[in-house]
Ligand binder design. Sequence first.
Ligand code: ARG
Length: 466
Amino acid sequence: MEKLWTGRFKKALDSEVNDFNSSIRFDSKMAKEDITGSIAHAAMLGKQGIITKEESEIIQTTLREILGDLQSGKLTIDPMAEDIHSFVEGELTKRVGDTGKRLHTARSRNDQVALDVRLYLRGKTDELQAELSALVETLLSLAKEHRDTIMPGYTHLQRAQPITFGHHLMAYAMMFLRDMDRLNDCRRRMNRSPLGSCALAGTTFPIDRLYTAELLGFDGVCENSLDGVSDRDFILELSSDLSILMAHLSRFSEEIILWCSWEFKFIELDDGYSTGSSIMPQKKNPDIAELVRGKTGRVYGDLMTILTVMKGLPLAYNKDMQEDKECVFDAVDTVLQCLSVFAPMLKTMGVRKDNMRKAAAKGFINATDCADYLVGRGLPFRTAYKITGELVAFCIDRGKTLEELTLDEYRAFDEHFAPDVYEHIDLTVCAAKRTSRGGTAPQAVDFEIEQAKKQWAALTGKSGEK
Ligand code: ARG
């Protein structure tokens, strides 16, 4: 296939150099966006009289045919092409001769590639939002179901205070809502058209940038042509947002992996979302969660790649920027894959409420409530804290829990203890009393779910009612 830039050169590109220089391996993913962008450009050239109306029509119709042929498999992408832009333009010229050669008037591959990547990633951001939105919905319904399921809450991975499983799940819902918000933000800044920046300086032709921007669904144009062709902030932002999202998925995965172990056994993953061992017949492994945790490293790597590629590049376009695609495409594909298995894995898991409850009964997680009880009887918190600490030490010596101590044993430590202490340290009561906003009580969880539904509806533009 002839290069777009042959005139000045006496020799063809060395074949190894051709492979090195080519981006068709990965930018063919943007075929649809490249053609859509070209159709808009051709429409604008016709409207402005830069090419004739007939030429514009022929180009647009043929580009639509090329897209149809690619989608039906009638046309395949030439792996020897330099990039997707050369391939599409070459194919157009093959079909309509000299008219096709008019398409690239008032355009450069520099603004063309910037346009294609924005269009492609905008579509992917919408797909990511849809997956995230489904994950949040799953979490909201699981949280409702487990609004009063008692489990131990941890700090330092040490049992700390009784919480509800619904409350724990809502913490993740909050993280994913923030991820949705970040992606919305990223999409807003991404959604400006660089088309018409041309090579770097704009053009002498009377183009209408607002027209192409509107045709392509952009909110506006990049206001500086040098910036238009060299800005890759939207890739940096998307990769950062995806890295933060993966951090959330990875923390969640880590907990799922722990909860699946015999040491916890808080949940049991569905057989469809677990694997076995080739040698140990008893094993059921949480591979999906482990892979999500592992793939987090990969997405962070993609972010580091683009950050490093962009650092130190002088204005405007530099070929280094061809390296912007593989990393962000990989990040997007990886996150989409992770999200598509995560929600169904959660939906199908079994929750072992009995084991959560048993674990909550150990570890003196009602000690704070015992101290609060004494505060309620008039003692200063520090004094109450010390007495409760001594009680815990006493229990550890005798292998007892706070619930198992007799009233006499309590009263030996402090005479303020009365029979109602048992009610105060009951795990369900302990959780139910934490009704402060954002707290763990079932009614507080209900309120959190309502708040989250409102946020979800605002972010998705859908009504919360289903
Ligand atoms: N394949 C190139 C890229 O991905 C397209 C732009 C080429 N521009 C150029 N001036 N060589 O960045």
